[in-house]
Design a binder for this molecule. Structure first.
Ligand SMILES: [Zn+2]
Length: 221
């Protein structure tokens, strides 16, 4: 999970306001509202960071529970995948907000990936986390999403498929590290890249000097 700078969306807020009066959900699945969310989130699920989502969902960050204000609030609609949205439902709240720089989502949740003997993920709360309740809920949610912990057999399989994709991203970064190719490393951990959060932690924990060098380069997102 990484920080996402969501645009102000002034004109979109008025479109959502109009849709709210008719409870017209199509407003955030089609047209300019959807296009802007897609762009802001780099076409990545904000929870798992998969960027090849085949089941795109517009997710309400705070469960709206039919509260029309929350349902049509520009700041409350996020880009996610079906796997994460289904697991999250209305069960996890409050959570760390990836669109709020002050929540420091990446720094707060450490995602450790092991490639061998099989792709495994270990998610933990970092000492940088200052919002403990939000951090613990986010940790529990990401654990379920990425490891299938306490999830149904179907969700466990989906989590395993996700880890296969994470492994491909990890291998690509490993190749770039092997070649000491700073541009390629930077590309792997840029905001728009799949699983950038997990890859940044891997780089930071294992190749701290490469991490510092890559993070100091400008990103051309
Ligand atoms: Zn997802």
């Amino acid at each position: 999970m990484i920080y996402v700078k969501k645009s102000e969306g002034v004109h979109l807020k008025s479109m959502l306001e109009t849709a709210k009066s008719k409870d017209n959900e199509a407003v955030y699945r089609t047209g300019p509202v959807y296009e802007q969310i897609k762009t802001d989130f780099y076409e990545k699920c904000y929870l798992c960071e998969d960027n090849e989502v085949t089941s795109i969902q517009i997710e309400h960050f705070e469960p709206h529970k039919n509260d029309m204000t929350k349902k049509y609030d520009w700041n409350n609609i996020f880009y996610s995948c079906g796997h994460c949205n289904n697991i999250k439902g209305a069960s996890f709240w409050p959570l760390l907000n990836c669109t709020d720089a002050g929540d420091q989502v990446w720094e707060s949740i450490e995602i450790c990936f092991e490639a061998y003997p099989k792709a495994t993920v270990n998610v933990q709360l970092s000492s940088a986390c200052t919002k403990i309740q939000e951090g613990e809920n986010t940790l529990e949610l990401l654990n379920k999403i990425l490891t299938g912990k306490d999830a149904t057999p179907m969700k466990k399989d989906e989590a395993a498929n996700l880890r296969k994709k994470m492994l491909r991203a990890y291998n690509q970064l490993s190749k770039a590290i092997g070649k000491q190719d700073l541009d390629a490393i930077k590309d792997c951990i840029s905001d728009k890249s799949a699983f950038a959060g997990m890859l940044r932690w891997h780089l930071k924990n294992n190749f701290p000097s490469l991490f510092e060098q890559a993070m100091s380069l400008p990103f051309d997102n």
